[in-house]
Write a protein that binds this ligand. Sequence first.
Ligand code: ZN
Length: 230
Amino acid sequence: MSKSYQCQVCGLTKNRSEVIPAAVIRPAIFSLIKQTHSDLNDVGYICLADLNIFRHKYIQQMMEEEKGELTELENTVVQSLKDHEILTRNVDAEFEGKLKLGDRLADKIASYGGSWKFIITFATILTIWIILNSVVLLLRPFDPFPFILLNLVLSCLAAIQAPVIMMSQNRQEAKDRIRSEHDYQINLKAELEIRNLHQKIDHLLTHQWERLVQIQQVQLEMMEELKARK
Ligand SMILES: [Zn+2]
């Protein structure tokens, strides 16, 4: 007559082929059984039927934990999206919108003053002025040689043009500064997003992977048992 073994969970007496020593149970499952059956020790035995129930419980628990962690992760992502709204914006349009009439006029004058169109027009006017005063109106020139009135006009023009160009340049600089600040913000945000992604991937690699392997090991054990029982 074969020796009989008592199961520590259900208390029934079973054959050797129906029980497994408590010492060989995976530590994680062992502690799970211990939660409901505190008298469990590792010298006794436990029947396969009970062990399988606890294995299912263990896997289920792990999946639930997984789900909880995933929803938490999702929440943080949603929260961060809410907190850091999209930074990309059109700096140029924003800047143009703030300009006053005087600023806009200065920009136009500066851009016209720096064009070939202006130089050609101006050279033409100068030539006409000189020809008028030296050839056509020889008898009664309104600005005889050496064209003092023309000199005065040119001086006034230069005096006005310089500050206008400076004004336009200052504004260009301000615009560049805003643009570079915006670029910096975008870069920073991208960096943070990448760090966030890194964390997510790390989470996948460590937690989830580890859990999958554990579940697989439990399955492997069950398969081995099935094979041994044949
Ligand atoms: Zn049992």
